[in-house]
Design a protein around this ligand. Sequence first.
Ligand code: CMP
Length: 142
Amino acid sequence: MAIQRTLSIIKPDAVAKNVIGKIYSRFESNGLKVIASKMAWLSPQEAGEFYGVHKERPFFKDLVSFMISGPVMIQVLEGEDAITKNRDLMGATDPKKAEPGTIRADFAESIDANAVHGSDAEETARGEIAFFFPAMNVYAGR
Ligand code: CMP
């Protein structure tokens, strides 16, 4: 398995619950390293652009409103098979369908307030990392 990088966001609901450390601990104890991080309160423009792929979906407006409702913690995770590993740790998008022991099953309330975001593929990861960390333009480069 290759070393990959993926973009992770701890969403406003989980930041408000004060569980950044608990979520970081899941990453760290499962072989994912935090190699860049920042806390930010996104503007409507930033949230809308980040989730631009969803702009025609019925949930887009609610998604943007939720993502700007409070600060988020944004990080790049690096490790073996990081994209899939992070998605496995997060669990299903809808916390009601997430496997017990996953981040969303343990910390999330609803499909909107679902605690975390993670890139879904290499191409997406590259774009999402560049969106928030423009200086990290060499994918998995060291
Ligand atoms: P995320 O992984 O951040 O990517 C897009 C987000 O849209 C998703 O998590 C959910 O929080 C939100 N969302 C709301 N409704 C839906 C839906 N029906 N399908 C997928 N994502 C949804």
